[in-house]
Ligand binder design. Sequence first.
Ligand SMILES: [Zn+2]
Length: 76
Amino acid sequence: MIIRLILLFAIVAILLWLIKRLFAEDPYPREIEHHTKTKSENMRQCKFCGVHVPETSIVLVGDNPYCSQDHADRDK
Ligand SMILES: [Zn+2]
């Protein structure tokens, strides 16, 4: 009887471990990879409104980054 209980406990433990692996370990690396990929782009803060904008779509006036040409003009 005790051996059966231990076996049952072991099976439950393995199942729980497998479920944990499936739900916790597998989806997260992809999620983290996705996040690091999207965050690999440098974000700059607009000098006028403080909004964070990807460096590729920023309007630079001298050394000052702006989210749009409108804000670059308004900060003068
Ligand atoms: Zn702005």
